[in-house]
Design a binder for this molecule. Structure first.
Ligand code: K2U
Ligand code: ZN
Length: 167
């Protein structure tokens, strides 16, 4: 297994929508293992494949306290959503930036598991937020795009300054 570099906002590759997985082969299985290792090490509670520069509809998540309940979702689709909730979000591709984002309170997500079986998850709370956050990544959208244009400009300037300092 290996740690994968995580793309940083505003990298244009994060804006590219991801392609559905047609064949869950050894490459996809290895990708999910590497994504999971990268997510746990970050640490994060979710990671989308395009954050590690793979434009495939694959996400890994673990919102458990014990950090031992890995979820792997292939070609996930939100088929139902209702209610609203507002929570503080961050993103491994936008380090050091946190802000309140409104999301659906409950979602139902249909996806394939690693065995190619169709599964359905009904989620609320943090799991629902994480599912929406990660599925948005697959569509080329990052959580800061929910914020005002002014906030996005300020975030880009802050990250550009950080990049200069660490270069
Ligand atoms: O997509 C990512 O960058 C992973 C996010 C997912 C996420 C963000 C906000 C709310 C729910 C999920 C990272 O896990 S951000 C780091 C983090 C860690 C613990 C709790 C919340 C966010
Ligand atoms: Zn993110």
């Amino acid at each position: 297994m290996s740690l994968l570099p995580i793309l940083r906002f505003p990298d244009p590759r994060l804006k590219k929508p991801s392609a559905p997985v047609r064949d869950i082969d050894e490459n996809i299985i290895r990708l999910t293992r590497d994504m999971a290792e990268t997510m746990y090490e970050a640490p994060g509670i979710g990671l989308a494949a395009n954050q590690v520069d793979v434009q495939k509809q694959v996400i890994v998540m673990d919102t458990s306290e014990t950090r031992d309940r890995l979820l792997v979702l292939i070609n996930p689709v939100i088929v139902e959503s209702d209610g609203t909730q507002v929570g503080e979000e961050g993103c491994l591709s936008v380090p050091g930036i946190y802000d309140k984002i409104e999301r659906a309170e409950r979602v139902v997500v249909r996806h394939l598991d690693l065995q190619g079986q169709e599964k359905t998850i009904a989620a609320d709370g943090l799991l629902a937020v994480c599912l929406q956050h990660e599925i948005e990544h697959l569509h080329g959208k990052i959580f800061v795009e929910h914020l005002s244009r002014l906030k996005q400009i300020r975030i880009k300037a802050k990250l550009a300054k950080q990049a200069k300092i660490t270069a």
